[in-house]
Design a binder for this molecule. Sequence first.
Ligand code: CP
Length: 299
Amino acid sequence: MNNLISIADLSKQNILDILALAKQFKNGLKKRSLEGKVIASCFFEASTRTRLSFESAILKLGGGVIGFADSDSTSHGAKGESLVDTLKVINGYADALIIRHPLDGAARLAQSVCSIPVINAGDGANQHPSQTLLDLFSIQDSQNKIENISIGLLGDLKHGRTIHSLVEAAKFFNIQLYFIAPKELRMNENKLFQLKTSGIQYSFHNSVDEVIHKLDCLYIIRIQKERFDESISFDKYKLNLKSLQNVKSNFKILSPLPRLEELPVEIDATPYAYYFQQAQNGLYIRQALLDMILGDKLN
Ligand code: CP
């Protein structure tokens, strides 16, 4: 593996290898495989978890970080330099590029103009593959298995890139999907067609109460208000404590976070809340990814 642009670029074995290495990092593995190397961490769009866990992973592996978290402070954001020129310049300063950008396809564009490895940290509403790897790790960690799991996907399925990556991985693990979203925020037809042709089992539901008793995991994604203008009521799709009365004993709630009103804070105290552990798992997955993409080749 030389880059991570899309989950579609990975095989099942690639994914299992990354999860296995991440487990070793979670269990205390220490490596300095990025020593002497510089990684560009370029966030053209806001982030807390992805940027800081990638940067922590780089430092723990002995590497150095350059980059920015505010594109307005760059010549691209403030002076109108093209994205391609910006990427070509960064290519000369670093041994790898981690990029988040609001445009779908920005990471693939970066790969096409850079000779260094590129890792997609989220491009528009398209893909967030390192998030999917940490989601799969979290499913495995919380369920003690990854095959034959039932997952409810609640929230903005149209604009949520974490969901778009996660459903692509479902085909490897026979994951049954239950979509719970207002009709305006359902996954688009192209994506659904892709799932159908991959043999993924999915169904649509109008409330979480309709299906919650069947689920091993409920994955909640916030309404991505920054990606559309219309006002959409989400009131009947919010999770509440009453909905948790009939869940399975192994049931866990996952979320890429940040959360808004769809995942109220009173859920945090229940035994079903797994989302902060999930965020921490991002560190181990990103250590594994960086080590696999860069470690062997650079030392
Ligand atoms: N899950 C996630 O991508 O969070 P950030 O936007 O804070 O990186």
